[in-house]
Design a protein around this ligand. Structure first.
Ligand code: 1CP
Length: 332
């Protein structure tokens, strides 16, 4: 456990904790090397030796305060028996949504599929490089998982509204919640100290439906996780109701996207804040990048703030810029 968890728990800490979403991945040549020899992304994630190595790669280069488990939110549909593949230049492609077999699948079957992830977490948590640092486990939020399972591919910018008429919505949502809880419990037992909940497509939901699809399920997951003794960071991306979300869902910390005004967030939300800066800033010339970082650090200087981005690191990012940014935040 490290300063990230201390910051979330409102303890006195020195400096600003920092980590990045997608800190492991295609912008790192050492990742591309492993990836080029492992064309099947699912199998790569389910290989604990390789996924452990990828998880700690960014910590070998940069002075980060946490590692995030190298895995994917789509392991929940995968665990439920829906086929999941990642296609080059297309993204995820999911198979038929066979509701009958999904509702019948047992915990034992699910764990048989997901056990390599817990082995990866357990192995990674024992690495020396993580001493006094946090290991972040994660799940996709119920709405985002339901959306991928229904849509069978990335929705990109538009929602297929037929999702609201899916006949087995309640049963499927309850089943997803069961697997989310199981997956979180196993991650925490294996050594994850913090859980992040990614609701990447929260912004696509018709706001009038947020109680059913976002608040009710996410509140359950957050309460469950906090009872396990882990802290929960929620990232409901591109919503316009962050304050109400925090009040109702009750996460330990909230990650903000880059569309929302950080000044308003600082004024209205009292829990620790994470992220915000546009990942494109890492593609700018050094001084412009740091000017943007300074803006976030200044706005949140009297608050518990975890430096991160408003979405994941872009594949085009120069690792040298990441290093400059991390050192700048650490010296600020
Ligand atoms: O090499 C490749 O082609 C695979 C690219 C890749 C990677 C590196 C995918 C495919 N997933 C991941 C890892 C991943 N995914 C992590 C690892 C840890 C880290 O952050 O370093 C995490 C936390 C995720 C979470 C994830 N997967 C999210 C939530 C965060 C977000 O980006 O909004 C989502 C939506 C996914 C689905 C997914 N996985 C991969 C792709 C291409 C997508 C689709 C994104 C989309 O629909 O646009």
């Amino acid at each position: 456990m490290g300063i990230l968890k201390d910051c979330i728990k409102n303890k006195e800490i020195k400096g600003t904790p920092i980590w990045f979403m997608r800190q492991a991945g295609r912008y790192l040549p050492e990742f591309r090397k492993i990836r080029s020899n492992n064309s099947n992304f699912i199998n790569l994630c389910l290989n604990p030796d390789l996924s452990k190595e990828i998880t700690i790669q960014p910590l070998k280069r940069f002075n980060l305060d946490a590692a995030i488990v190298f895995s994917d939110i789509l392991f929940i549909p995968y665990g439920l028996g829906q086929n999941v593949e990642f296609e080059k230049n297309f993204g995820p492609r999911l198979g038929e949504l066979d509701i009958k077999s999904i509702l019948e699948i047992t915990e034992k079957d699910i764990l048989n599929k997901l056990n390599p992830i817990y082995k990866l977490i357990s192995m990674t948590s024992k690495e020396k490089i993580l001493k006094d640092k946090d290991l972040i486990g994660f799940v996709g939020a119920t709405w985002t998982i339901f959306l991928y399972m229904f849509n069978k591919k990335s929705p990109r910018k538009t929602l297929n509204e037929d999702i609201y008429n899916y006949p087995n919505t309640d049963e499927l949502i309850n089943k997803i919640i069961d697997v989310q809880k199981l997956h979180i419990k196993k991650q925490v037992e294996s050594g994850a100290t913090i859980i992040q909940i990614f609701d990447s497509w929260a912004g696509l939901l018709d706001e009038k439906k947020k109680d059913k699809y976002i608040y009710e399920p996410t509140k359950k997951i957050v309460e469950f996780t906090r009872k396990l003794g882990a802290e929960v960071i929620c990232f409901p991306r591109c919503i316009k109701y962050y304050k109400e979300y925090c009040d109702i869902v009750g996460p330990s910390a909230i990650n903000i996207d880059y569309e929302v005004d950080p000044i308003k967030i600082a004024e209205n939300i009292n829990i620790p804040i994470q992220g915000g800066m546009n990942p494109n800033c890492l593609l700018l010339e050094k001084n412009d990048m740091l000017k943007n970082a300074k803006k976030y650090l200044t706005i949140f200087k009297n608050r518990k703030y975890i430096f991160n981005l408003g979405h994941g690191v872009m594949p085009e990012t120069n690792p040298e810029n990441v290093k400059i940014l991390v050192d700048f935040v650490k010296d600020f």
